[in-house]
Design a protein around this ligand. Structure first.
Ligand code: C2E
Ligand code: CA
Ligand code: CA
Length: 648
């Protein structure tokens, strides 16, 4: 048992002992009170009986039927011996007449006192007995005498039932009390013993109940910190232990490894073999991970198919983790089916890779995702991996769903010919109508999508939607549709096929479609891009070079491509009238484009002045908020009907 465990037990013991003492003390107090009352009652009764005896033996024989005063006078000699206590056993003995006046007193006291109520009651035939102290009501001595039973008895002459006087007697209480105590002693012993037994029983009950409760509390705490299936520490315990390990490592100037082991294809196993079998797999693998580690390491189950490891004192991290991975690479027989498991491992070394546990675990998570994607087994976190950040990965997962759930929407921004001012085409711009975050602009999710295969789905979706919208759009003159395509989509060998399939499925004329490709996208794989573009060109699809001026396309390469259009980057257009060099770039691009036989488009036109300046420079097509903002497809017919001309 640990020191804190021992302390806890001692506290529990003391608690139980004190708690069970309370009812015993209450009951003891109550019994003691009734014992005292009982003793008083018995004392009074005994005093009464004794007084009766004195009356019968020492007084009554001398009483005549006349007033008691005369009987006293007549038998003064006989009564005299009552004056000594030894004779009567009384502390004081008085005789009173029916009016309560003292006619005889063993100690010669009371002759001048006023008659007492008790004496008058006794004169009427009642016996009164009470516990008191001698002289308690006559303050002449200022001090009460010894404890006594005070009894007032009516006195009857022999053979008569008419009282002639009253006997007032004070009997010493001490011997009576001793007598009673003797007779009650047995009872007292029984009581004390009973209380003792009661205490022991209560203590035993309370001790066992509180120990049971404590066990339950300990068990609950254990369950809260552990995974019910594998019995391993759970995520919150893992985080806590990792934080402690990191703090210790920092203090001791050494490092600690935090690793995450993620099972590959576990969901498939779960889905195909059922959840019960999935659980069995996890249980067995948990034991394998444990076996693959030395005693100083910690294993926790931190997610559905994720284990967290804390490795202290490892010299060769990679081989240690490869060992763990190896230990998981086992063939399990689950309900007669043989399954081979594999796992990916990502890790961080603290404090080198960060010193706070949340960041470290998040980075290990990033590394494990990289390991999974690249099928490389064990990966040490690198800041380069950060675009695999779990938060972003979550967004990617959502985006995957969003594409299926039609949460993406396209807005269309019209482009106009500057000479003549007719709107001749639109550019499709994607947005994500996110259920919680609202309408997300493309730069919030496109960069993420571009890091994964998801961009293919997105490009397919945009192409299909844009072309379908184009076919269904009823405007006076047939207009063109521009769709943006990312570098990653462009570099896929099947990209031209996908575009052509989309055109086919929508049933539109391929010459109405323009593919916008950024200059940088083009340069990321120039050879592949050149092939793709010529294939598309062969079918009449137009190509526009977007954000032109921001990249470094060589003129030779540019002239070799089947391009139809150059789109001057809006960053140059915005301030072309203020920034002379931007103005010069705009002018040069227009000239360059025309010299290569291309149309030149200026985007980002926000003012009439810029539109006019571009017209003066001979720019062919204009696009920008000044002319039209991107709008839902439903707004296009009205827009085209009511805004046929631009005031250049
Ligand atoms: P981009 O291809 O250069 O698209 C033009 C962007 O400039 C659009 O932003 C448009 O709304 C904005 N814009 C147009 N006129 C003006 C103006 O006068 N002033 C200002 N300040 N902005 C103007 P948006 O819609 O946010 O799109 C941003 C970028 O996202 C696009 O730049 C494009 O590279 C990318 N993108 C949009 N949709 C798609 C898509 O479906 N697929 C791919 N691969 N990329 C897309
Ligand atoms: Ca564009
Ligand atoms: Ca652009």
């Amino acid at each position: 048992m640990t020191a804190s465990g021992r302390r806890g037990t001692a506290r529990l013991f003391l608690g139980s002992a004190t708690l069970s003492l309370i009812p015993v003390l209450v009951l003891g107090g109550f019994l003691a009170a009734s014992y005292r009352t009982e003793a008083r009652h018995r004392g009074i009764a005994e005093g009464r009986a004794e007084a009766q005896l004195i009356a019968q033996t020492s007084i009554q024989p001398f009483l005549g039927t006349g007033p008691i005063a005369s009987s006293v006078k007549a038998h003064a000699g006989d009564l005299a011996h009552l004056s000594t206590q030894d004779q009567s056993g009384a502390l004081r003995l008085r005789l009173r007449d029916l009016s309560g006046s003292v006619v005889f007193s063993s100690d010669r006291s009371g002759f001048s006192e006023r008659p007492e109520d008790e004496a008058l009651d006794a004169a009427r035939g009642e016996t009164v007995a009470l516990l008191t102290h001698v002289n308690v009501d006559t303050n002449d001595t200022g001090r009460a005498g010894p404890a006594a039973v005070e009894v007032y008895l009516p006195l009857f002459p022999p053979g008569s039932s008419r009282a002639v006087g009253v006997l007032e007697v004070y009997l010493p209480y001490a011997p009576i009390r001793a007598d009673i105590a003797r007779s009650l002693r047995g009872l007292l012993v029984d009581l004390v013993l009973g209380l003792g037994v009661l205490y022991v029983v209560l203590f035993a009950i309370s001790w066992s109940v509180s120990r049971g409760l404590r066990r339950q509390v300990t068990r609950n705490a254990y369950l809260a910190g552990h995974d019910a299936l594998t019995g391993l520490p759970n995520r919150s315990t893992f985080m806590q232990q990792a934080a402690e390990s990191i703090a210790r490592a920092v203090e001791e100037h050494r490092s600690v490894v935090i690793a995450i082991v993620d099972l590959d294809r576990f969901n498939e196993i779960n889905d195909s073999l059922g959840h019960d079998n999935g659980d069995t797999v996890l249980e067995q693998l948990a034991r394998h991970v444990e076996r693959g580690l030395d005693g100083s390491s910690t294993v926790a189950r931190i997610g559905g198919d994720e284990f967290g490891l804390i490795l202290e004192d490892v010299s060769d991290v990679d081989s240690a983790l490869a060992g763990v991975r190896e230990s998981l690479n086992v063939e399990l027989e689950i309900s007669g089916v043989r399954v081979t498991m594999e796992a990916s491992v990502g890790y961080v070394i603290a404090p080198g890779d960060g010193d706070d546990v949340k960041t470290l675990v998040q980075r290990a998570d990033v590394a494990v995702h990289v390991a999974k994607r690249q099928h490389v087994g064990v990966v040490h976190y690198d800041p380069e991996h950060d675009h695999y950040d779990p938060a972003n990965l979550a967004l990617i997962a959502e985006l995957r769903r969003a594409i299926g759930a039609n949460e993406l929407v396209l807005n269309y921004q019209p482009k106009a010919r500057i000479a003549g001012g007719t709107f001749e085409s639109v550019e499709a711009l994607v947005r994500w109508q996110h259920p919680e975050r609202g309408l997300l602009p493309p730069d919030r999710f496109l960069p993420l999508a571009e890091q994964t295969d998801l961009i293919e789905d997105l490009t397919d979706w945009v192409l299909a939607r844009a072309l379908t919208d184009l076919r269904q759009l009823h405007v006076a003159a047939p207009i063109g549709m521009a769709v943006n395509v990312s570098a990653r989509s462009l570099s896929r060998p099947d990209f031209p096929d996908r575009v052509l399939r989309a055109i086919d499925e929508a049933g539109v004329d391929p010459t109405r479609l323009t593919i916008e490709i950024t200059e940088t996208a083009l340069m990321s794989d120039p050879t592949r891009a050149a092939i793709a573009l010529s294939q598309l060109d062969a079918f009449g699809v137009k190509i526009s070079l977007d954000d032109f001026g921001t990249g470094h396309t060589s003129l030779g390469y540019l002239s070799s491509l089947p391009i139809d259009e150059l789109k001057i980057d809006k960053s140059f257009v915005f301030d072309m009238l203020i920034d002379r060099s931007h103005g010069a770039i705009v002018r040069s691009v227009i000239d360059l484009g025309h010299n290569l036989g291309l149309r030149v488009v200026a985007e980002g036109i926000e003012t009439a002045e810029i539109l006019r300046a571009l017209g003066d420079l001979g720019c062919d097509v204009a696009q920008g908020y000044y002319l039209a903002r991107p709008m839902p497809v439903g707004d296009l017919p009205r827009f085209f009907a009511t805004t046929p001309l631009v005031q250049a």
